[in-house]
Design a binder for this molecule. Structure first.
Ligand SMILES: [Zn+2]
Ligand SMILES: [Zn+2]
Length: 104
């Protein structure tokens, strides 16, 4: 369990709403798995188990509810996104260019 899950933010109605929208946009599939599938790794994609902030919440709280900053991931891929507790800057450029934008 992530320490972040204890933050009040993750219990807010606004987060739950935008989290559901992100899952819907990503069709409930882990986007890292889907990227690897598209890249030809031939893996079986996992269903998304959580929604990750590409730019960490503590860095850009203003993007906390921005769908462009959200990515549905399985737990396995999510752990990979947090090698040193969410300090990995590489994530920012890993957003697919063709990622659809949904206005909330
Ligand atoms: Zn995955
Ligand atoms: Zn995360």
């Amino acid at each position: 369990m992530d320490y972040k899950e204890s933050l009040p933010f993750y219990h807010s109605a606004a987060w739950k709403r935008v989290r559901a929208l992100a899952m819907q946009r990503d069709q409930g599939m882990c986007q890292d798995c889907m990227d690897r599938l598209r890249a030809g790794y031939g893996i079986k994609p996992n269903r998304a188990q959580m929604v990750h902030h590409i730019i960490p919440l503590e860095e850009r709280p203003d993007l906390a509810l921005d769908l462009n900053n959200l990515r549905s991931l399985c737990n396995e891929c999510h752990n990979r996104q947090h090698p040193e507790k969410g300090r990995d800057r590489r994530q920012a450029k890993e957003v697919p260019a063709g990622m659809r934008v949904i206005k909330v």
